[in-house]
Design a protein. Structure first.
Length: 61
């Protein structure tokens, strides 16, 4: 079972995560010739810190 782990700053919307999941699943399936239902994507969100992009720091501040 292919697993993709995505590490990114918190603050992305559910819609953004759903789109990421659709695109990564579709492309991984295509590239490795594996059915999409066997591909698992996990999001690991990092708390906002001084290294986060300014647009995310504004949302959380």
């Amino acid at each position: 079972m292919p697993q993709i782990s995505i590490k990114m700053y918190e603050g992305r919307t559910d819609e953004q995560k759903e789109e990421i999941t659709r695109v990564f699943t579709r492309e991984m399936s295509r590239i490795i010739d594996r059915e999409p239902e066997f591909i698992h994507i996990e999001f690991n969100e990092i708390p906002i810190d001084e290294h986060a992009p300014a647009n995310l720091r504004k949302k959380m501040g």
